[in-house]
Design a protein around this ligand. Sequence first.
Ligand code: ISE
Length: 334
Amino acid sequence: MKEVRIGVIGTGVMGTDHARKLAGKIPGGRLTALQDFDAPRAAALARELGVIALADTDALIAHPDVDAVIVCSPDLTHAALGLKVIAAGKPVMIEKPLAAGRAEAEEILRAEIAIGRRLVQVGYMRRFDPGYAEMKQTLASGRVGAPLFLHCQHRNAVSPDYLTSELIIASSAGHEFDAARFLLDEDIVSTSVISPRPSRHAPDRQPQFIVMQSASGTVIDIEAFTDARYGYDVRAELVCEDGTVSLRPGPPTSLRLAAQDGTVVPQDWRARFDDAYRLQLERWIASILMGAPNEGANAWDGYMTMLIIEASLAAWRSGTRVAVEQPERPGFYR
Ligand code: ISE
């Protein structure tokens, strides 16, 4: 294969962003097709980008000009569509989360193992962010000693009405769960959640504060607050035995208000993680050209994050600390 021809399912916020990036030339890749249940929306973007719009997902997945698929449809449809792409033997990048729940995520693992090829990547793009990569390298170099605390802050300016307290854990904090596993290079074994009052700006959802522990004992705290008004402000600080490593701020674009400490932040995640999204596509395409997706979060990572999400939801509902199950990793994912 000299070029990866890509079809995108879902032309909402992220589908449109991926499609525009692909159409704006990512080496080795070419956008060929789009699909959305909102057919006029897909058709309008297809016209703008000079590609075809297909009526249904099966037609896109089976299309001879589609070598690989990006699934950006609503979260509840991720797993079913991912399974169809796996069955077609094509690589698939599934926007996070991998599935709507554990059982579906396990179906993806079984399907990938049965077909015997790594086909799935999950769109946890922070793994490609230069700032996170730098933190991981510093930690891995041993210069700062063992990690004791990982403090994470995830603030959105404003969020859509459908974002519930549960989705703040599954959809927003899910990024932090994956980033913690990535940075620390180990699993999360327990989680507990405490919620403050809702902000008067979003009275129907509670911000979430999550405290977890990694297998070797690092304590991770996560503030997930999706209605912070002033901008998209993601931070991380690793406190280690011999030093502290902070996440370098992203590009200051589309400023609305500065954070209290004067840091200028972007309006949303697309601006903050623009480089990460681009690198994620570049490396995904390059790895497919070399044989199979082999970077970023694989299906096993998506599954482990799903287990943290489910344990955190249980912890939130019960007000207790909940153990995150640690299933044995199949040889296929080692
Ligand atoms: C959204 O789905 C994302 O993925 C964003 O990165 C996150 O910041 C936001 O809170 C989620 O709702």
